[in-house]
Design a protein. Structure first.
Length: 571
């Protein structure tokens, strides 16, 4: 019996051991299966990470990357205000090979991003590519909502986006960049290399421009108003520091939003301030008379026969409002006489006129900080007729930038300074006119605004000076009397000039409030008045007692000039 019990005990032990061995084997097998599954998941994650890194950063690599360096430097205005900068924003992309439900993914994404085309997105997600863009540069709030979707195969990464806080305000000056942050126009293109690469301290370069965003806003708003009011083709203006050539404001309208280059009309990108070539009309009388005075071919006190039109071959030169008498230089400027200017040009000579215009930089292209600049157009043969018509602004086409620069030379004591958009840029001063000529011209320009065609540009206390210009536009065969360019070129304050200014309105239409007129005195001159009135205080130009200055010895021409009604009608 004992033996039988012992035998049963041994059998039970053997049975338990066999069961234990079987359980151990099963556990090992289960662990092996789990190890395989876990390993496959790890391998898949590694594969996805490597694949997505090759495609342009994985989710893991993208999230929380605080060490991304800005790859393009800021553009600043003269006071340090940011005009262009880079923002770090998320962009959403997909790996179509990882998409489980193409239709579901397309529906979810387009329900959040309504601007994304569902049909196009579905085509992308159904492709065999490893990387397709879904939406570039999403708002942080959009990114938060996207994360809630949790769509397999759709990820995001951080990128840099060039942003222009003031939108249209400096569009033609700044230009814009491509999706890859490469400058395509304006300062962005001119200084693409400087802005794109970090300096020796591993910090991106910033570029401080000469423009004042406050002045820019005022100039732009006034140009936009006149553009709309007179249904013009375009309106443009430039304000320049006459001492160093720094451009304080430069606007061209219509304009565009550089934040949305893909939605811009190509015609709106045309910069009329630097690329628009215009026959500037009577504003050129300023440069003709300054050249003649400086050459000593004429002098103050001379009078010129304007009793009848001048006939040259088949052409006749008339005055808009003929006075039919001998005119002084003051009369010619104040009443904008074409006949009187023609007599002055004849006294000076074509070659002298051409030489002075070249020195005033009215015949050459500028080396300027935006690539979109034009070369002035002038006759190959500078004969008698060409010289006369050029003298009052016909037969020669220049940009507003050329005019504002030449005006600065006339009023600043006679020194040519190159216009620049870079604050603090050194500019070589070259004497073109004598100080005496400049002083005389300042008085003549003041007379035009005080007593002549530029009255609507006057701002009490700021001694504005300048010259209006209304020029018919050239057609295929002749000038079109119904289409014109209206302009005003001047400076302020004329007792101590600080800034030159030019405003051009292209093809303005007459309206009821201007009695159907669209000449410079009714269009460009009021813009200048409104701009100076608003920017004078912020630029630190203090109002003066005009009567006191104009009655003193410093401004004898202004003090001695008598109104036309007091003069003898004929000589």
């Amino acid at each position: 019996m004992v033996a039988a019990q012992k035998k049963r005990h041994i059998y039970a032990v053997d049975t338990l051991g066999a069961a234990t061995d079987r359980c151990r084997s099963r556990l090992v097998f289960v662990l092996f299966i789990f190890t395989l599954l876990y390993g496959s998941v790890v391998v898949r994650l590694i594969d996805l990470s490597l694949r997505n890194n090759k495609a342009g950063n994985s989710v893991v690599a993208a999230v929380g990357r605080a060490d991304l360096k800005i790859k393009r430097g800021n553009l600043l205005d003269r006071n340090g205000m940011i005009l262009a900068t880079n923002l770090r924003l998320a962009s959403i992309y997909a790996n179509p090979r990882d998409i489980i439900d193409v239709d579901g993914a397309a529906n979810s994404i387009t329900s959040l991003f309504t601007e994304v085309d569902k049909k196009l997105l579905r085509k992308k997600l159904a492709s065999k590519k490893q990387f397709v863009w879904v939406k570039r540069w999403v708002h942080p709030k959009e990114l938060h909502e996207f994360n809630k979707l949790g769509i397999p195969g759709v990820y995001y990464r951080f990128e840099e986006k060039r942003t222009y806080p003031y939108k249209n305000l400096l569009s033609h000056v700044l230009g814009f960049v491509s999706i890859e942050n490469v400058g395509l126009s304006g300062v962005e293109q001119k200084y693409n290399e400087l802005l794109s690469f970090p300096d020796s301290e591993n910090k991106t370069n910033e570029l401080k421009l000469s423009v004042d965003i406050r002045v820019q806003e005022i100039l732009t708003s006034e140009l936009k108003e006149i553009y709309n009011k007179h249904s013009a083709k375009a309106a443009t203006g430039v304000i320049m520091d006459v001492e160093n050539g720094e451009i304080v404001a430069m606007a061209s309208f219509p304009d565009f939003d550089p934040n949305l280059p893909s939605k811009v009309n190509i015609s709106d990108t045309f910069n009329y301030a630097t690329k628009g070539l215009f026959e500037m009309g009577s504003t050129f009388k300023t440069f003709s008379i300054a050249s003649a005075l400086d050459s000593k071919k004429i002098k103050m006190g001379d009078e010129f026969d304007a009793t009848k039109p001048i006939k040259i071959s088949r052409f006749t030169i008339n005055d808009y409002h003929p006075l039919k008498k001998f005119l002084s230089i003051e009369d010619i400027m104040v009443h904008s006489s074409n006949i009187g200017t023609a007599r002055i040009v004849e006294a000076m000579g074509a070659e002298t006129e051409k030489n002075y215009f070249r020195k005033l930089h009215l015949l050459n292209e500028f080396d300027f900080e935006v690539p979109e600049t034009a070369i002035p157009s002038s006759p190959d043969r500078w004969g008698r007729l060409a010289a006369i018509t050029i003298g009052y602004g016909h037969g020669i086409s220049v940009t507003p930038l050329h005019v504002v620069s030449a005006m600065a030379t006339v009023v600043n004591g006679g020194y040519k300074v190159n216009p620049t958009l870079i604050k603090g840029k050194k500019s070589k001063r070259e004497r073109v006119l004598s100080g005496e000529t400049s002083h005389i011209m300042n008085q003549l320009l003041r007379l035009v605004v005080r007593d002549g065609t530029g009255k609507n540009a006057n701002v009490k206390g700021y001694m504005v000076g300048g010259k209006t210009g209304t020029a018919e536009k050239a057609g295929k065969k002749s000038y079109n009397k119904k289409i014109r360019v209206s302009s005003f070129a001047g400076a302020f304050p004329m007792n101590d000039p600080k800034y030159s200014i030019v405003v051009v309105v292209d093809e303005p239409k007459g309206i009821k409030s201007t009695w159907g007129f669209a000449t410079a005195g009714w269009t460009a001159a009021p813009v200048v008045r409104n701009v100076i009135r608003r920017i004078g205080p912020m630029l630190g130009v203090r109002p003066v007692n005009e009567e006191k200055i104009e009655s003193g010895n410093r401004f004898p021409i202004v003090a001695n000039y008598k109104n036309e009604a007091e003069k003898v009608a004929t000589r």
